[in-house]
Design a protein around this ligand. Structure first.
Ligand code: URA
Length: 237
Protein backbone atom coordinates (compact mmCIF):
# COMPACT_ATOMS: atom_id res chain seq x y z
CA UNK A 1 0.00 0.00 0.00
CA UNK A 2 1.19 3.55 -0.77
CA UNK A 3 2.87 5.41 2.07
CA UNK A 4 1.28 8.58 3.35
CA UNK A 5 2.08 11.33 5.82
CA UNK A 6 1.37 10.59 9.46
CA UNK A 7 -0.63 13.81 10.02
CA UNK A 8 -2.78 13.14 6.95
CA UNK A 9 -3.48 9.54 7.93
CA UNK A 10 -4.52 10.42 11.49
CA UNK A 11 -6.68 13.37 10.50
CA UNK A 12 -8.44 11.37 7.76
CA UNK A 13 -9.08 8.34 9.93
CA UNK A 14 -10.22 10.24 13.01
CA UNK A 15 -11.89 13.21 11.26
CA UNK A 16 -9.74 15.68 13.15
CA UNK A 17 -8.43 18.87 11.61
CA UNK A 18 -4.90 18.67 10.26
CA UNK A 19 -3.76 21.50 12.59
CA UNK A 20 -5.09 19.74 15.72
CA UNK A 21 -3.34 16.52 14.67
CA UNK A 22 -0.07 18.31 13.91
CA UNK A 23 -0.05 19.87 17.38
CA UNK A 24 -0.82 16.46 18.91
CA UNK A 25 2.01 14.81 16.97
CA UNK A 26 4.48 17.53 18.03
CA UNK A 27 3.43 16.94 21.64
CA UNK A 28 4.20 13.22 21.34
CA UNK A 29 0.60 11.93 21.17
CA UNK A 30 1.26 9.68 18.15
CA UNK A 31 3.13 6.40 18.02
CA UNK A 32 4.18 4.29 15.04
CA UNK A 33 4.93 0.64 15.83
CA UNK A 34 5.20 1.49 19.52
CA UNK A 35 7.64 4.41 19.14
CA UNK A 36 6.62 8.03 19.68
CA UNK A 37 6.81 9.82 16.34
CA UNK A 38 6.95 13.65 16.42
CA UNK A 39 7.58 14.15 12.69
CA UNK A 40 4.24 15.14 11.13
CA UNK A 41 5.50 14.16 7.66
CA UNK A 42 6.75 10.72 8.74
CA UNK A 43 5.73 8.26 6.01
CA UNK A 44 3.48 5.43 7.19
CA UNK A 45 2.12 2.39 5.43
CA UNK A 46 -1.33 2.12 6.98
CA UNK A 47 -1.79 -1.53 6.05
CA UNK A 48 1.44 -2.62 7.82
CA UNK A 49 2.33 -0.03 10.46
CA UNK A 50 0.54 0.05 13.81
CA UNK A 51 -0.41 3.66 14.42
CA UNK A 52 -1.87 5.02 17.67
CA UNK A 53 -3.08 8.45 18.65
CA UNK A 54 -3.74 9.43 22.27
CA UNK A 55 -3.08 5.82 23.25
CA UNK A 56 -5.81 4.42 20.92
CA UNK A 57 -4.84 2.15 18.06
CA UNK A 58 -6.27 3.42 14.79
CA UNK A 59 -7.98 0.55 12.99
CA UNK A 60 -7.44 0.99 9.30
CA UNK A 61 -10.02 0.66 6.57
CA UNK A 62 -8.99 2.02 3.23
CA UNK A 63 -12.54 2.97 2.27
CA UNK A 64 -16.00 2.87 3.79
CA UNK A 65 -19.19 1.76 2.06
CA UNK A 66 -22.51 2.92 3.47
CA UNK A 67 -26.03 1.95 2.50
CA UNK A 68 -28.59 4.62 3.44
CA UNK A 69 -32.36 4.76 3.41
CA UNK A 70 -32.50 8.31 2.09
CA UNK A 71 -35.32 10.42 3.47
CA UNK A 72 -37.20 13.00 1.39
CA UNK A 73 -36.02 16.59 1.70
CA UNK A 74 -32.28 15.82 1.91
CA UNK A 75 -29.81 16.66 -0.87
CA UNK A 76 -27.74 13.92 -2.55
CA UNK A 77 -24.47 15.80 -2.14
CA UNK A 78 -21.43 15.78 0.11
CA UNK A 79 -21.80 19.36 1.31
CA UNK A 80 -24.07 22.33 0.86
CA UNK A 81 -23.94 25.87 2.27
CA UNK A 82 -27.38 25.82 3.85
CA UNK A 83 -29.26 22.61 3.06
CA UNK A 84 -28.94 19.26 4.80
CA UNK A 85 -27.11 16.61 2.76
CA UNK A 86 -27.04 12.82 2.90
CA UNK A 87 -23.45 12.94 4.18
CA UNK A 88 -24.65 15.10 7.12
CA UNK A 89 -26.84 12.13 8.12
CA UNK A 90 -23.97 9.62 8.27
CA UNK A 91 -23.30 8.69 11.93
CA UNK A 92 -20.05 10.01 13.37
CA UNK A 93 -18.54 6.57 14.00
CA UNK A 94 -18.48 5.78 10.26
CA UNK A 95 -17.99 9.30 8.96
CA UNK A 96 -14.85 10.06 6.90
CA UNK A 97 -13.50 12.84 4.83
CA UNK A 98 -14.28 12.59 1.10
CA UNK A 99 -17.56 10.69 1.52
CA UNK A 100 -19.91 11.30 -1.38
CA UNK A 101 -23.12 9.73 -2.68
CA UNK A 102 -22.81 7.20 -5.50
CA UNK A 103 -24.90 8.95 -8.14
CA UNK A 104 -27.81 11.15 -7.15
CA UNK A 105 -31.38 10.80 -6.06
CA UNK A 106 -33.57 13.90 -6.34
CA UNK A 107 -34.23 15.80 -3.11
CA UNK A 108 -37.75 14.40 -2.86
CA UNK A 109 -36.79 10.81 -3.84
CA UNK A 110 -36.47 8.28 -1.01
CA UNK A 111 -34.79 4.89 -0.60
CA UNK A 112 -31.55 3.09 -1.33
CA UNK A 113 -28.51 5.31 -1.68
CA UNK A 114 -24.86 4.27 -1.46
CA UNK A 115 -22.25 6.59 0.01
CA UNK A 116 -18.51 5.94 -0.17
CA UNK A 117 -15.07 7.52 -0.34
CA UNK A 118 -13.96 4.90 -2.90
CA UNK A 119 -14.10 6.89 -6.12
CA UNK A 120 -13.27 3.92 -8.37
CA UNK A 121 -16.11 1.83 -6.93
CA UNK A 122 -18.52 4.79 -7.27
CA UNK A 123 -17.46 5.35 -10.86
CA UNK A 124 -18.03 1.68 -11.73
CA UNK A 125 -21.50 1.74 -10.18
CA UNK A 126 -22.68 4.72 -12.17
CA UNK A 127 -20.84 4.04 -15.41
CA UNK A 128 -23.42 3.67 -18.22
CA UNK A 129 -21.19 0.93 -19.68
CA UNK A 130 -21.93 -1.33 -16.70
CA UNK A 131 -25.72 -0.95 -17.26
CA UNK A 132 -26.53 -1.73 -13.62
CA UNK A 133 -30.27 -1.99 -13.03
CA UNK A 134 -31.97 0.35 -10.59
CA UNK A 135 -35.46 -0.44 -9.41
CA UNK A 136 -37.88 2.25 -8.26
CA UNK A 137 -41.47 2.40 -7.06
CA UNK A 138 -43.22 5.37 -8.66
CA UNK A 139 -46.56 6.78 -7.53
CA UNK A 140 -48.13 8.66 -10.42
CA UNK A 141 -50.84 11.27 -10.80
CA UNK A 142 -52.70 9.15 -13.37
CA UNK A 143 -53.24 5.59 -14.51
CA UNK A 144 -50.70 3.31 -16.16
CA UNK A 145 -51.93 1.52 -19.28
CA UNK A 146 -50.51 -1.18 -21.55
CA UNK A 147 -49.49 1.38 -24.16
CA UNK A 148 -47.19 3.11 -21.64
CA UNK A 149 -45.66 -0.24 -20.63
CA UNK A 150 -44.92 -0.99 -24.30
CA UNK A 151 -43.48 2.46 -24.96
CA UNK A 152 -41.12 2.15 -21.98
CA UNK A 153 -40.09 -1.34 -23.14
CA UNK A 154 -39.19 0.02 -26.56
CA UNK A 155 -37.20 2.93 -25.08
CA UNK A 156 -38.78 6.37 -24.82
CA UNK A 157 -37.36 9.56 -26.33
CA UNK A 158 -37.30 12.38 -23.78
CA UNK A 159 -38.77 15.79 -24.60
CA UNK A 160 -35.31 17.17 -25.49
CA UNK A 161 -34.72 14.30 -27.95
CA UNK A 162 -32.52 12.17 -25.66
CA UNK A 163 -33.17 8.45 -26.22
CA UNK A 164 -33.54 6.17 -23.18
CA UNK A 165 -32.64 2.51 -23.02
CA UNK A 166 -35.53 0.05 -22.84
CA UNK A 167 -37.04 0.05 -19.34
CA UNK A 168 -39.27 -2.41 -17.51
CA UNK A 169 -42.54 -1.07 -16.15
CA UNK A 170 -44.65 -3.34 -13.92
CA UNK A 171 -48.07 -2.16 -12.78
CA UNK A 172 -48.56 -2.63 -9.03
CA UNK A 173 -51.90 -0.77 -8.88
CA UNK A 174 -53.66 1.69 -11.19
CA UNK A 175 -51.23 4.53 -10.44
CA UNK A 176 -48.29 2.77 -8.76
CA UNK A 177 -45.58 1.01 -10.78
CA UNK A 178 -42.20 -0.59 -10.42
CA UNK A 179 -39.81 0.84 -12.99
CA UNK A 180 -36.41 -0.67 -13.72
CA UNK A 181 -33.84 1.36 -15.65
CA UNK A 182 -30.19 0.66 -16.48
CA UNK A 183 -28.90 4.21 -16.72
CA UNK A 184 -29.15 7.37 -14.64
CA UNK A 185 -29.88 10.48 -16.65
CA UNK A 186 -30.84 13.66 -14.80
CA UNK A 187 -34.44 13.35 -13.45
CA UNK A 188 -34.73 10.38 -15.78
CA UNK A 189 -37.83 8.70 -14.39
CA UNK A 190 -39.78 11.93 -13.97
CA UNK A 191 -38.88 12.91 -17.54
CA UNK A 192 -39.77 9.44 -18.85
CA UNK A 193 -43.24 9.65 -17.31
CA UNK A 194 -43.48 13.23 -18.59
CA UNK A 195 -43.39 11.86 -22.15
CA UNK A 196 -46.70 10.08 -21.45
CA UNK A 197 -48.16 13.07 -19.57
CA UNK A 198 -47.89 11.49 -16.13
CA UNK A 199 -46.49 13.33 -13.10
CA UNK A 200 -44.53 11.50 -10.40
CA UNK A 201 -45.99 12.18 -6.94
CA UNK A 202 -43.49 9.97 -5.10
CA UNK A 203 -40.38 8.03 -6.09
CA UNK A 204 -38.63 5.41 -3.98
CA UNK A 205 -35.54 3.38 -4.95
CA UNK A 206 -35.83 -0.18 -3.71
CA UNK A 207 -32.78 -1.82 -5.32
CA UNK A 208 -29.53 -1.39 -7.22
CA UNK A 209 -28.68 -4.62 -9.05
CA UNK A 210 -29.44 -7.39 -6.56
CA UNK A 211 -28.88 -5.12 -3.58
CA UNK A 212 -32.24 -4.39 -1.92
CA UNK A 213 -32.98 -1.78 0.72
CA UNK A 214 -33.33 -3.82 3.94
CA UNK A 215 -36.90 -3.55 5.28
CA UNK A 216 -35.56 -3.03 8.79
CA UNK A 217 -33.63 0.12 7.83
CA UNK A 218 -35.70 3.15 8.83
CA UNK A 219 -35.76 6.38 6.87
CA UNK A 220 -32.53 8.31 7.48
CA UNK A 221 -30.67 5.28 8.86
CA UNK A 222 -27.41 3.82 7.51
CA UNK A 223 -25.56 0.54 7.66
CA UNK A 224 -21.94 -0.08 6.82
CA UNK A 225 -21.24 -2.74 4.19
CA UNK A 226 -18.12 -4.32 2.78
CA UNK A 227 -16.86 -3.77 -0.72
CA UNK A 228 -17.18 -7.52 -1.37
CA UNK A 229 -20.87 -7.53 -0.35
CA UNK A 230 -21.60 -4.63 -2.65
CA UNK A 231 -19.57 -5.93 -5.56
CA UNK A 232 -21.23 -9.32 -5.50
CA UNK A 233 -24.72 -7.76 -5.37
CA UNK A 234 -24.14 -4.96 -7.85
CA UNK A 235 -21.18 -5.42 -10.12
CA UNK A 236 -21.02 -9.19 -10.63
CA UNK A 237 -23.95 -10.26 -12.75
N1 URA B 1 -35.18 9.46 -11.71
C1 URA B 1 -35.70 10.62 -11.23
O1 URA B 1 -36.45 11.30 -11.91
N2 URA B 1 -35.37 10.99 -9.98
C2 URA B 1 -34.56 10.28 -9.17
O2 URA B 1 -34.31 10.68 -8.03
C3 URA B 1 -34.04 9.07 -9.67
C4 URA B 1 -34.35 8.68 -10.95
Amino acid sequence: MKKQRLDKFISNQLILSRSVVRTGIHRGQATVNGTVQRDIAFAVDASNDEISYNGEKIGFKEYVYILMNKPAGVLSAATDKSRKTVVDLVPEHIKRQNLAPVGRLDKDTTGLLLITDDGVFAHNCISPKKAISKSYIATLDGDINDDIITRFKEGVILADGTPCRPATLQRISQNVARIIITEGKYHQIKRMFGTVSLGVNALHREAIGKLYLPESLKSGECIEMTKEELESAILHK
